[in-house]
Design a protein around this ligand. Structure first.
Ligand SMILES: C[S@@+](CC[C@H](N)C(=O)[O-])C[C@H]1O[C@@H](n2cnc3c(N)ncnc32)[C@H](O)[C@@H]1O
Length: 311
């Protein structure tokens, strides 16, 4: 796909009805020959809307008005380009725990959680957050994660987590103000609730920092998995990670994770891992496929705000 088509597609499939400011920007960039030419000088993985918009926000640029955005991005292109080349989209969305929870709560307890592509590790605390599925509430902590769940019997207990570890090419540290500023810049402009959620989840992680290891999800997974306590159920999981991993490495990861003891939870876009017989996706909005041990069970919106159970 061309960069222009990517931006226009992203506007319709991910941003419409979710972030009007970014929808306007993405559509404007899709028609902006000057910015498209500059984006074309970057490696394909570095051309994404979320990366461009997050970097402009990090540098203090305007993201509400497309004309002002264009002027800022062009005038400050050397700084924008430099940041885009060294950064990656590492949005860490604790809200995704709301779609993981039904699976985690149903596994034999206690759990040893190992998240690959963990970013700052905020999805490693599903036992510490509170949840609201419709009018059913679970847990007493903060943040409270709301999820509209269709055809799901919501869990009635929190998992018991005795070990938590994350693996990431570039782990972020929520106690570092620069890392927290980048995580904040990645949140879409209107999403004040997600910003509050980031603060609340960061406080949970800061109070009991996770074991975060710098490494690759294929090369470094066996050594980290070997550190998990043998008397807990090992759960290797990932959410919105494999789209950043080239297909041959994805396949190597799947082969590897299938050989590990315990269970594997995947929450990824439907074009990232192939599943046979998936039911139709609900609506036009982008959904992830939630799967346990390779078996697809639900459609889940990207930030964990809703899920449709079909398993
Ligand atoms: C979009 S973020 C998602 C973070 C987190 N899973 C969540 O759902 O909030 C993707 C993360 O995957 C990491 N990542 C990408 N490729 C990786 C690899 N080969 N090995 C380990 N981590 C990787 C990135 O550094 C980034 O932090």
């Amino acid at each position: 796909m061309s960069i222009a088509v990517d931006y226009a597609d992203f506007a319709v499939r991910e941003l419409r009805g979710v972030s009007p400011a970014y929808e306007r920007l993405a559509l404007a960039v899709s028609r902006d020959d000057e910015l498209l030419a500059r984006l074309g000088t970057l490696p394909p993985a570095k051309r994404q809307p979320n990366l461009l918009f997050g970097v402009v926000r990090l540098l203090g640029g305007p993201v509400e008005d497309p004309a002002a955005f264009h002027d800022f991005a062009v005038t400050h292109w050397p700084a924008v380009e430099a940041e885009m080349r060294v950064r990656a989209t590492q949005t860490n969305e604790a809200g995704r725990c709301a779609v993981l929870l039904p699976l985690l709560a149903a596994l034999p307890q206690p759990l040893a959680l190992l998240e690959v592509g963990a970013s700052a590790g905020l999805c490693l605390y599903p036992d510490r957050y509170a949840y609201r599925y419709g009018d059913q509430r679970l847990g007493a902590g903060e943040p409270v994660l709301e999820c509209t769940a269709d055809a799901l019997v919501p869990p009635t207990r929190l998992p018991e987590v005795v070990w938590r570890a994350g693996l990431d090419l570039n782990p972020l540290d929520v106690t570092d103000t620069a890392d927290l500023a980048w995580l904040d810049a990645l949140i879409w402009p209107e999403h004040a609730h997600r910003r509050e959620r980031l603060r609340a989840a960061a406080a949970v992680a800061a109070a009991e920092p996770p074991l975060l290891v710098r490494g690759d999800l294929v090369d470094d997974l066996p050594a980290l998995a070997a550190q998990a306590p043998a008397d807990a159920t090992l759960v290797v999981f990932h959410t919105s990670v494999l789209y950043q991993v080239p297909p041959p490495r994805r396949a190597a990861f799947v082969d590897l994770v299938r050989q590990l003891p315990g269970h594997w939870i995947s929450n990824e876009a439907p074009d990232v891992l192939a599943y046979e017989g998936l039911p139709e996706q609900p609506g036009q909005a982008l959904h992830n496929v939630l799967a346990l041990d390779g078996r697809p069970l639900a459609w889940a919106r990207g930030h964990g705000q809703s899920m449709v159970w079909f398993g």
